[in-house]
Design a protein around this ligand. Structure first.
Ligand code: T4K
Length: 373
């Protein structure tokens, strides 16, 4: 089999029609308004609120600052129980808030924080649980709600991958206290860079809005140590052009998922990760697990071989966050306490997944993988 002529990357952002974006820019030039809660920002906030039936929403300049602000808004301190199987931002926001992350192992099927292992990690210093709907696979939201209620803890979800996901026919952000969505270009819905917090308690809105704007109340008063988390008009304009395109993008990705699943779903040693019967797909990633003993080749070997064919898969999320030098001194980071995550980080592989990927190219990627055995 020949390598692909052009590199096939793990993802490609949606690029809306350039003339539509130019029209948006024209409005911005007319208004002479580039940031600080401008008209595009207001329009996008209201459109996303409706799109995902969000009870309350605040837009941000990126998902990481949004998550950091979520932690601040709930005045969390002490220890927060979280997953080591995620993007660095998830744990770093705790460290930046002076909070000790406590790593909890993940569930062997969903790869999200394992609810059965959370309670043994709760101490007098624990203030919250920070779960990640990794690849858009929902956390065990109902069990986590129950644990939080039993112990008086807050719940934040890093929902960076879960825009449009529903659980039990409810939008995912209805679970927990606050959910963070990332609108980075690698995400299904994007604003160039960007993010949002969605939350159930409307009384949080005022505090979150102050926190993301330096704590400024008015020209005479600064009432909180806030940060700059504001989404610009250029970002919001991109979001306004991208939002109408995502249902079509999801439909295309769903077909790509079917082709991958048809070819790889029954291959011994390969498991296609799915969301489970009670949830819907965000179509953010297509991820497999490779069991070397059954497949005959390791995940790393497949990753390198694919590169020889000009296919750039990604080992999201390797290495585990608990293995970063800044966290290895934590007692909870010890590999023997995270046995499921230890196996997962060596097996997961995200394959190219975006609407413009041709279905016959997807078939070819599958054939390459299967031919490696
Ligand atoms: N929590 C979780 C669970 C997350 O996954 C993330 C971000 C966050 C929090 C933080 O949210 P933000 O603050 O970012 O809003 C990428 C993204 O930069 C990152 O946003 C994302 N997660 C993560 C999973 O993926 P890298 O280091 O893999 O990006 P990079 O530059 O290697 O890009 C990946 C692929 O996308 C490349 O093969 C090329 C393609 N690409 C990328 C960009 C930026 C394009 O084709 N065009 C582009 O403009 O982190």
């Amino acid at each position: 089999m020949q390598p692909f002529e052009k590199p096939i990357l793990v993802t490609r952002p949606i690029f809306p029609d350039i003339d539509g974006y130019k029209d948006q820019l024209h409005d911005i030039w007319e208004s002479k308004w580039l940031s600080n809660n401008g008209p595009k920002h207001k329009e996008l906030e209201s459109k996303i609120k409706n799109y995902i039936s969000a009870p309350n929403i605040s837009l941000f300049n990126n998902g990481t600052v949004a998550l950091q602000t979520a932690v601040q808004s709930l005045r969390l301190q002490g220890e927060v129980i979280t997953t080591p199987f995620s993007f660095p931002a998830t744990t770093h926001v705790l460290a930046w808030n002076g909070i000790t992350p406590v790593f909890c192992d993940i569930h062997p099927e969903t790869l999200t924080i394992d609810p059965e292992k959370i309670e043994s990690l709760i101490t007098a210093r624990t203030t919250a649980i920070l779960g990640v709907h990794v690849y858009g696979i929902p956390c065990h939201v109902e069990e986590i709600d129950q644990i939080a209620a039993r112990h008086g803890l807050r719940v934040i979800y890093d929902a960076a991958h879960a825009f449009t996901t529903q659980v039990n026919e409810k939008e995912i952000a209805h679970y927990g206290d606050i959910s963070m969505f990332s609108f980075h270009p690698t995400k299904l819905f994007h604003t160039g860079e960007g993010g949002a917090l969605v939350y159930n308690d409307s009384t949080l809105k005022e505090r979150i809005e102050y926190l993301k704007n330096f704590g400024i109340k008015n020209e005479d008063e600064v009432i909180l140590p806030g940060i700059n988390g504001k989404m610009s008009e250029l970002q919001a304009a991109m979001g306004l052009q991208v939002l109408p395109l995502i249902s079509d993008e999801k439909a295309k990705r769903s077909k790509i998922r079917s082709v991958y699943t048809t070819y790889l779903g029954n291959a011994p040693g390969i498991t296609v990760l799915g969301v489970g019967a009670n949830a819907s797909q965000s179509e953010q990633y297509f991820c497999i697990r490779v069991d070397e003993r059954q497949f005959g080749l390791s995940r790393d070997a497949i990753y390198h071989k694919l590169k020889e064919f000009n296919v750039y898969s990604r080992k999201y999320f390797y290495p585990l966050i608990s293995k970063y030098p800044c966290y290895t001194n934590l007692p909870s980071a010890s590999p023997d306490k995270l046995p499921v995550a230890e196996v997962a980080e060596k097996q997961v592989l995200c394959l190219p997944f975006y609407g413009d990927l041709q279905l016959d190219d997807v078939e070819r990627i599958c054939q390459i993988i299967l031919s490696l055995r």
